[in-house]
Design a protein around this ligand. Structure first.
Ligand SMILES: Nc1ncnc2c1ncn2[C@@H]1O[C@H](COP(=O)(O)OP(=O)(O)OP(=O)(O)O)[C@@H](O)[C@H]1O
Length: 466
C-alpha cells in the first residue's frame, strides 16, 4: 500500500516537491534526468565530496547515482558513502555498455533499489514513480531499523501504533530531567520502560535503583528508602544507605507508588521538593541528585480524591506521564511477542517444538490477557515445556476455548477490523498526517475523519492535516 502511494505523483502533496540528490559520477554530463522528474526537486552533485556537502545542507527523500566506468578504489569510496547513510535509498542510472561488467553488477545488486539504463527513452516517465517507490521502501526500512534499534537498546518488542506512541514518548521524556509517572495495568512493561528512559537519559552511566513500594512491610519502608544510622532502632547494627541515596547520579524507580504509606509520602515529597534526605536516626541532611520515575496500576487521581494519596505528591510525580497500554490494545503485538519469547526460550536448547499453530495464534489474539506480557511469557514458557506437538496448540497454552472454531468472526466484523487496521497503518506511516493518510487509503479527508470517529481512533483532533 505504501509503495503504491509512494509511487503517486508527488506534486499532489501540499508539502511541496520532495528532494532527490543526483550524484553524477560519469563525468559525461549528458542524459540530464531533470525534465523527467515531475514533482521532485533535483539537487546535483558532481562528486562524492560535493554529495556529502549537499547531504549536510538538505534533507533528501531519495538518491540517484549516475554510474560510469569505475576503478576499484572509487568503488570502495562509493560503498563507504552508502554505508554512512543507511536510511537513504538509491536508484542507479547506468550506460548500457557498463551493465554486463561484474564489478558494477555487484554494486547495483547490493546498494540500489532499482536501476535504469541510459538513454532512458520512453522508460523515462517511469522514473518519478520509481523514485516514489524507493522513498516508500526507504520509509519502511527506516521504521524497521528504528524498531530493531529499540529492541536492541531496551529489549522491547512491539510494532503496534499504541506501543510506537510509547516508544516516541520514551525518547522525548529521556531528554528531560523531570519526574515521570508511568500508568498502566500490571505486567504491561512499566519497569522495562523506566529502564529504557534511564538508559537513554544523560544519567545512563549512573545507577538505576528499583524499589517496589507495595512489597515492603510498613515499618521497613522508611529505612529502606532513606537508610538508617547505626542504633536507629533495635537491630540496626550498622549504618545502612537507603535506596534514594543509592540512586544518586542516576534514576530511582518507585514501583507501585500508590501503595506507599501516607506517612512516608510526606518524606518522599520533601525529597522531591528539596532534593535532600535524612537517614532514620540521623541528624545530617544529605543532598541527593536522583531522577524519580514512579509507576502505578491504580488510579492515583481516585486515590487522591479518597484521601489515600497526597495531592501535592501526585502533582510532583506527574510532571511527565506515559500511559502503557494493555496487551490487548496492541494490535499485532501478541504474535510478535509470542514469537520473540518462543525464540528466547528455545535458542539455547534443542527443542522439538517449532513454533505456534495457526489456531494458537488465533486463540492468543482472541484472549484478553489480564496479566498482560507477564502472563504471555508464562503461558509460552509453559507451553514449550509441556507440548507434545511440533506446533504449540491452544490447549498447550491453556486457551482451548478461544481457538478459531469457537469464535469465527462475522463478515461485518472482519470488514471493520480490516478498515481499522488500514486506517491505523496509514496514519502511522503518514506520521498522523490525515490528508496524506486519506490519499493512501483512496478516500476523502472528511470520510477518514468520519471513520476515525466511528472507530474511536484517538487523537484525530490533534493530527496534522497538511
Ligand atoms: N515490549 C516488551 N518487549 C519484551 N518484553 C517485555 C516488553 N514489555 C514487557 N516485557 C517483559 O514483560 C515482563 C513484565 O514487564 P514489567 O515487569 O516491566 O511490567 P510492569 O508493568 O512493571 O509490571 P508490574 O506493574 O506488575 O510491576 C518483564 O519480564 C518484561 O521484561
Amino acid at each position: 500500500m505504501i509503495q503504491q502511494q509512494a509511487g503517486r505523483r508527488p506534486q499532489q502533496q501540499k508539502q511541496g516537491p520532495r528532494k532527490v540528490i543526483y550524484v553524477d559520477l560519469s563525468q559525461e554530463q549528458n542524459h540530464d534526468p531533470t525534465p523527467l522528474l515531475d514533482g521532485w526537486q533535483l539537487i546535483k552533485a558532481d562528486s562524492l565530496q560535493m554529495a556529502c556537502h549537499q547531504l549536510r545542507e538538505h534533507t533528501f527523500h531519495v538518491g540517484m547515482v549516475r554510474l560510469g566506468e569505475m576503478a576499484n578504489g572509487e568503488q570502495d569510496e562509493l560503498e563507504q558513502f552508502f554505508e554512512q547513510m543507511p536510511s537513504l535509498f538509491w536508484i542507479a542510472l547506468i550506460d548500457e555498455p557498463c551493465i554486463p561488467k561484474g564489478v558494477l553488477s555487484r554494486l547495483v545488486y547490493e546498494y540500489f533499489f532499482d536501476y535504469y539504463t541510459l538513454p532512458l527513452m520512453d522508460h523515462g516517465h517511469f522514473l518519478s514513480a520509481t523514485l516514489g517507490h524507493t522513498y516508500g521502501l526507504g520509509m519502511l526500512k527506516e521504521y524497521e531499523r528504528q524498531q530493531r534499534q529499540y529492541r536492541e537498546e531496551c529489549q522491547m518488542v512491539g510494532a503496534s501504533a499504541a506501543i510506537m506512541l510509547v516508544f516516541r514518548q520514551i525518547r522525548k521524556v529521556a531528554g528531560v530531567d523531570a519526574a515521570v509517572l508511568l500508568t498502566g495495568s500490571s505486567g504491561t512493561g512499566k519497569e522495562l520502560i523506566a529502564r529504557a528512559i534511564h538508559q537513554r537519559s544523560r544519567r545512563h552511566s549512573g545507577p538505576f535503583v528499583a524499589i517496589n513500594c507495595g512489597a515492603l512491610p510498613n515499618n521497613l519502608v522508611q529505612a529502606e528508602l532513606f537508610g538508617h544510622e547505626k542504633g536507629a532502632f533495635t537491630g540496626a547494627h550498622s549504618r545502612k544507605t537507603g535506596r534514594i541515596e543509592a540512586a544518586a547520579g542516576g534514576t530511582l524507580f518507585l514501583d507501585e507508588i500508590g501503595d506507599l504509606p501516607l506517612e512516608q509520602q510526606v518524606n518522599l515529597l520533601r525529597f522531591l521538593q528539596e532534593e535532600t534526605i535524612e537517614r532514620l536516626g540521623g541528624t545530617e541532611t544529605l543532598h541527593v541528585d536522583a531522577r524519580v520515575i514512579a509507576a502505578t496500576h491504580v488510579d492515583l487521581e481516585a486515590a487522591v480524591r479518597e484521601g489515600e494519596f497526597r495531592e501535592d505528591l501526585y502533582y510532583r510525580l506527574d510532571v511527565l506521564s506515559i500511559y502503557v497500554p494493555d496487551l490487548k490494545e496492541r494490535e499485532g503485538d501478541i504474535e510478535l511477542l509470542a514469537n520473540y519469547f518462543f525464540r528466547r526460550f528455545t535458542e539455547d536448547q534443542h527443542c522439538r517444538v517449532r513454533g505456534f499453530s495457526r489456531q494458537a495464534i488465533v486463540a492468543m489474539n482472541n484472549y484478553d490477557w489480564p496479566g498482560n506480557i507477564r502472563e504471555l511469557i508464562n503461558r509460552v514458557r509453559k507451553a514449550i515445556v509441556m507440548s507434545d506437538n511440533r506446533l504449540i496448540t491452544p490447549v498447550d497454552l491453556g486457551l482451548e476455548d478461544l481457538d478459531v472454531g469457537h469464535s469465527l468472526p462475522t463478515l461485518e466484523q472482519v470488514r471493520e477490523q480490516a478498515e481499522i487496521s488500514a486506517i491505523k497503518n496509514c496514519l502511522l506511516h503518514s506520521r498522523n498526517n490525515v490528508s496524506s493518510a486519506a490519499r493512501m487509503l483512496g478516500i476523502s479527508r472528511v470520510t477518514l475523519y468520519r471513520l476515525m470517529d466511528k472507530y474511536g481512533i484517538a487523537g484525530a483532533s490533534k493530527m496534522r492535516s497538511g
